[in-house]
Design a protein around this ligand. Sequence first.
Ligand code: RIB
Length: 304
Amino acid sequence: MKKIIVAGSINMDLVVRCHEIPKIGETVPGKEFLTIPGGKGANQAVAIAKLGGDCTFLGKVGKDIFGQKVLASMKESQIKIEEIKEEDCSTGVAIINVDDKGKNNIIYIEGANGKIDGPYIDSVKEVLDGASILVMQNEIPQDAINYLLKLAREKNVKTLLNPAPAREIPEEVISLIDIIVPNEYELERITGVQTQTEEGIKKAAQNLFDLGIKIIIVTLGERGVFLKTDKVEKFFTAYKAEVVDTTAAGDSFIGGFCNKFVENSDLDEAINYGQKTAAIAIGRLGAQTSIPSKEEVENFKIGG
Ligand code: RIB
């Protein structure tokens, strides 16, 4: 089986369900409070492993109860967690408000995720040997991402960056990214090109392509997915699905995508599999709690 490495964040999500997310200065009654394992890196790894992939995780947690609980969730999903280190600080947390339409906003505190550094990467870098793909997101320090991108290139490992939350990509590493998967807002932030229209999305993607990224996949929520390579520019229609909570929709897409992509590098098939994974996940509450199994994705029927 192809080896997939995820280097990224591990959070405990503090989730508040409410009818409407309050505006600045407003107080509203909530419906429910939950603690749910999350973190973009951990969610993507859970999706990869639950869908049957061979997934090793690189990252850090704090020596606290949240760290133990998220590690337990990751272990239960069959992720290889042996390289995850504990730090004398708190585990990352994310405060997530989810409204009745399943829309959310998120504030995260990096905690131990911010301690991923060169010495840690040096202590675990052998796991990259023989890997098919290295998957990263922006909830860990940029220096760690830069270093991992360079190591992956040296070791001939493909790289996928989910630039969430969005920030500038340093010029020195941009061409080391083989596949980038932003949503439309992240794409706009990174390129400075407006992405409300299809033309805008194409222009922004071209911008990244010209900087040296060969595969650009833009997740567009209910508008589907856009793919740009040197050969194609195309939009994929989204599956119609009941929306309970969109948290980790992008993470589920990436997990599903990676699983198929490492099998045969067929982008259409991998995007389609990622879309099915995400369509199921948005029908459920929470991050790791919403991610479907391989059987569920393979039995997914269009329209739910
Ligand atoms: O992508 C969803 C994730 O973003 C949540 O699980 C939260 O932890 C934040 O990192």
